[in-house]
Design a protein around this ligand. Structure first.
Ligand code: HEC
Length: 110
């Protein structure tokens, strides 16, 4: 590879790394802690309700997404500028797991 090509490759690589470090694609857990935990501490009841009934109240992921996008009452909306589609999917996956976990914790108490 000529010197010129090497420089171009190095510049491309650096620009990719910069783009990746700017990405706001957080994991579902990071998003939950950042945006939801104040009112649903650890998924438990706070200013908002305990999140253990998601499989009953939101049968499809689309219905859960729509609820989170729009918010309700005290609960703020999460428009795409705040939570992109990939982050929304990460958050939904985390919420599904969290909901199952909360039910298991409850079952293990008895
Ligand atoms: C300012 C407090 C607040 C924040 C922040 C908040 N919520 Fe809520 N949440 C609420 C309240 C209050 C309700 C009950 C809304 C109603 O039905 O009137 C609720 C309801 C819900 C429900 C419905 C539960 C059910 O089974 O009916 C889900 C799911 C939910 N929140 C998820 C989230 C997620 C995910 C986030 C973060 C993106 C979040 N909330 C952030 C206050 C909040």
């Amino acid at each position: 590879m000529g010197e010129e090509m090497k420089r171009i490759e190095a510049a491309k690589q650096a620009s990719k790394l910069r783009a990746a470090s700017r990405s706001t694609n957080l994991t579902g857990e990071q998003l939950f802690i950042r945006t939801c935990n104040t009112c649903h501490p650890g998924g438990k009841e706070g200013m908002g309700p305990r999140l253990d009934k998601l499989s009953v109240n939101f049968i499809t992921d689309d219905s859960l997404k729509a609820f989170i996008r729009h918010g309700r009452g005290m609960m703020p909306a999460q428009p795409p500028e705040v939570l992109n589609e990939e982050e929304m999917n990460n958050l939904i996956a985390y919420l599904r797991e969290l909901s199952v976990q909360l039910n298991e914790d409850e079952a293990n108490k008895h």
